[in-house]
Design a protein around this ligand. Structure first.
Ligand SMILES: Cc1cc2nc3c(=O)[nH]c(=O)nc-3n(C[C@H](O)[C@H](O)[C@H](O)COP(=O)(O)O)c2cc1C
Length: 190
């Protein structure tokens, strides 16, 4: 796959074949991609919690909010939930703010997951206090993002943003998920 093919395939997937597990070793390989990625001032303040067993996954799932634009969809049903998660934390003993490091780490991890035939979704909408309590995360570690991972069970297609300018993703009756993207000539402004 070229980098462009990989980037196009790396969509946000929110429904998975939950029975297709992801090993701890695979999650470690994905975090290694984040470890090797850029970090502001090379401070490397990010820490990670890995989850690929059903019990731990069940603690994480209820703390996440899915697809805000799909008002009638409360999130994936049992059997279509992620089979793994990577929780990205900021170590406040190293830095007080984490800039774009978690975004860069997320993209590296998701590109790696896509290359391996998996897919996922970055989730920032997290009940952080509930998750910290459930996973016994110490106070010095700030929850930044959760990456939901699994074998995608949905088709996601990219469309050009229409003349009405609406950027909201939407789903067809057959479940196909559409993601409007703005044209290149609109975003390169000089
Ligand atoms: C920083 C960030 C936070 C996000 N948070 C959520 C979230 O809380 N819940 C969710 O379902 N999707 C979340 N997403 C996924 C976006 O909705 C998704 O990237 C967007 O709809 C475009 O789709 P695409 O990733 O397939 O291009 C987040 C994405 C980013 C980059």
């Amino acid at each position: 796959m070229t980098i462009k093919e990989l980037v196009i395939k790396n969509r946000s997937y929110r429904r998975f074949h939950e029975s297709e597990s992801i090993s701890l070793e695979t999650l470690r390989e994905l975090v290694d991609l984040a470890r090797l990625s850029a970090s502001g001032a090379n401070m490397q303040p990010l820490k990670y919690i890995l989850s690929c067993d059903p019990e731990k996954n069940a603690l994480i799932f209820p703390t996440l909010a899915w697809a805000g634009y799909l008002k009638d969809w409360p999130g994936p049903v049992e059997g279509e939930r992620p089979s793994a998660y990577i929780i990205i934390l900021g170590d406040k003993r190293i830095r007080q703010s984490f800039g774009v490091d978690p975004g860069i780490a997320s993209q590296s991890i998701l590109l790696g997951a896509t290359e391996k035939g998996f897919g996922g979704c970055i989730i920032a909408s997290i009940k952080k206090e509930v998750l910290a309590e459930a996973l016994k995360i110490p106070e010095e570690l700030e929850i930044l993002l959760a990456l939901a991972l699994g074998k995608p069970k949905e088709r996601v297609v990219i469309d050009p943003v229409g003349p009405d300018g609406d950027i909201k993703y939407w789903r067809e009756a057959d479940g196909t998920h559409h993601v409007p993207k703005r044209p290149l000539d609109e975003i390169i402004i000089g």
